[in-house]
Design a protein around this ligand. Structure first.
Ligand code: UN1
Length: 509
């Protein structure tokens, strides 16, 4: 299937400007960098970038706003995220347009990303009435021991192109409810959706009487991100991106005793056992591996299949891959949109060449598509490739739709293979055998931050904590008690007696 014809860059430019204008943004003309669309691979228009002086000003303003925001009662802070959630609902279609235009996501996934933002606003609103601390039994008579939670400060959010809005919203909605303020440095590849999100927070702040500077946006390059990393007023740096980026950010923030929350690479695998429901497995695998053109950090990249069912499953998967409609992400029938850039396509080709040099066999996919119609764009057929047991390339994350298939004989072997990569974000097992499922979820099973049964590795709900182990960075964002990363706790000992009793029975004076 070749997919439908692509819209022109002019049409996309108009559509982007219309969406921006409905949200309330008039992009400031500039020539520092260009908004671009991977749909045609061409530039949309020039934009002005923030420099280091802007970063300084934004952090100072956000810090000033923090000093009042931290004393605003948390349920009142919740009103800001409630209003933001309302505005996101109102502009769901506009925001999805911008995500499709800039990140190339198909319509349904772009709408899903906005839904994820709406969901986290609902969550953060509830959270604003649930920032609970504990009371602890004191060992001393007439004493109370309590734990209280307090806002942390300015949160620097550094986000990636692939979830240009949802990952920002996980951080921002929770941080704002927690009494923090936010300075955001988005990916240079997705400035327009960032402008729209910033505008909606500003509108929400205006509507509920919160300070404008609870949120500031910095459209800029790496130097701007570095300012956030190094500024001691930025109490928490929450960064999403490559492991290479995290290796720089983590130590730099630690050197000033700041906090960091890192969401780095994923190189996620699924184990398929002989008892698996293959209809469900095929659907789950195709969405997780080929969905979003393989550009989620939760994308399924390694399939570890029991030897007895490998041929049957691979046959069904390759048949499904052959039918994947690739092309215009605005077309309702398209399932695979473009890769973000020609550089991503080169990375994909490079990985395929290396795996094949090590004996890997491409089973389906791998051709470039639509090059005649859009020479600057990067459309590619998702690939399934069978690899031998010894293949180093599978241990690296390539941000493209490549699924490596490996076989196993015993579940212990499958779990060892599964965990034998430096990353540890998401994982799943397809099985109808309860013992197998429980073993996979046990401490002797998957070593990832996310471990699923009978669903793929991607598409997590916001209610759970999101993040991973090992080179994924160890951070947890979004739901559950991830909010604790955005606050500081204090332990309070209150003596309501008239005696001064020392702990541990120490006597003095
Ligand atoms: C990411 O790819 O950076 O679980 C985030 C998922 C989405 C979030 C992915 N809810 O696939």
């Amino acid at each position: 299937m070749t997919g439908t014809s692509l819209p022109t860059t002019d049409e996309l430019r108009e559509r982007a400007l219309a969406a921006l204008s409905r949200v309330g943004v008039t992009p400031e003309d500039g020539s520092d960098f260009h908004a671009r669309t991977p749909i045609t691979g061409e530039d949309l228009f020039g934009l002005a970038a923030a420099g280091e002086a802007d970063a300084e000003e934004a952090v100072a303003a956000a810090h000033e706003a923090f000093l009042t925001w931290r004393t605003t009662p948390a349920p009142r802070r919740g009103e800001l995220v409630r209003r933001l959630g309302e505005l996101l609902r109102e502009h769901k279609s506009d925001l999805a347009d911008l995500i499709t235009i800039e990140a190339g996501k198909i319509r349904s996934e772009a709408l899903g990303e906005v839904q994820e933002m709406i969901d986290i606003c609902d969550f953060a609103l509830g959270l604003s009435r649930q920032l609970y601390g504990r009371t602890i039994a004191s060992e001393r008579p007439g004493h109370r021991l309590a734990e209280t939670w307090h806002p942390l400060g300015v949160v620097g959010v550094i986000s990636a192109f692939n979830f240009p809005a949802a990952v920002w919203s996980w951080n921002t909605a929770v941080a704002l409810a927690c009494g923090d303020t936010v300075v955001w440095k988005p990916s240079e590849l997705t400035p327009l959706i960032s402008l729209a999100c910033d505008r909606l927070v500003a509108r929400a702040a205006g509507d509920v009487g919160a300070p404008r500077d609870v949120h500031r946006l910095l459209l800029g390059d790496r130097a701007v991100g570095e300012r956030l990393v190094d500024d001691p007023r930025v109490a928490l740096v929450s960064a999403t991106g490559s492991t290479r980026m995290g290796r720089e950010v983590g130590p730099r923030v630690a050197a000033r005793f700041g906090r960091s929350l890192l969401e780095l690479g994923g190189n996620n695998a699924a184990v398929v056992t002989p008892s698996a429901d293959l209809d469900l497995t095929v659907q789950g695998v195709v969405f997780a591996a080929a969905g979003t053109a393989g550009q989620r950090c939760t994308t399924l990249r390694r399939l570890i299949v029991h030897r007895d069912i490998a041929d049957t499953l691979v046959e069904r998967l390759t048949a499904a891959y052959r039918k994947l409609p690739i092309g215009n992400p605005f077309d309702e029938t398209t399932l695979v949109g473009p890769l973000i850039s020609p550089k991503a396509l080169d990375g994909m080709q490079g990985a395929l060449d290396r795996v094949q040099a090590q004996g890997g066999k491409v089973l389906v996919g791998g051709n470039r598509r639509l090059a005649g119609q859009a020479p600057e764009a990067a459309y590619a057929e998702p690939v399934i490739i069978r690899v031998g047991e010894q293949n180093d390339v599978v241990r690296e994350e390539t941000f493209a739709p490549i699924l490596y298939v490996m076989t196993y004989d015993t579940l212990d072997e499958a779990i060892a293979l599964h965990n034998d990569v430096p990353q540890g974000l998401s994982s799943s097992i397809f099985t109808r055998d309860q013992q197998e499922a429980e073993l996979f979820l046990s401490s002797a099973g998957s070593d990832c931050g996310i471990a699923n049964v009978n669903i793929g590795t991607s598409g997590a709900e916001i209610g759970g904590a999101f993040g991973g182990e090992k080179e994924t960075g160890g951070g947890r964002e979004s739901g559950s008690d991830s909010w604790k990363a955005y606050m500081r706790s204090a332990t309070n000992t209150i003596n309501y007696s008239s005696e001064l009793a020392l702990a541990q029975n120490v006597s003095f004076l």
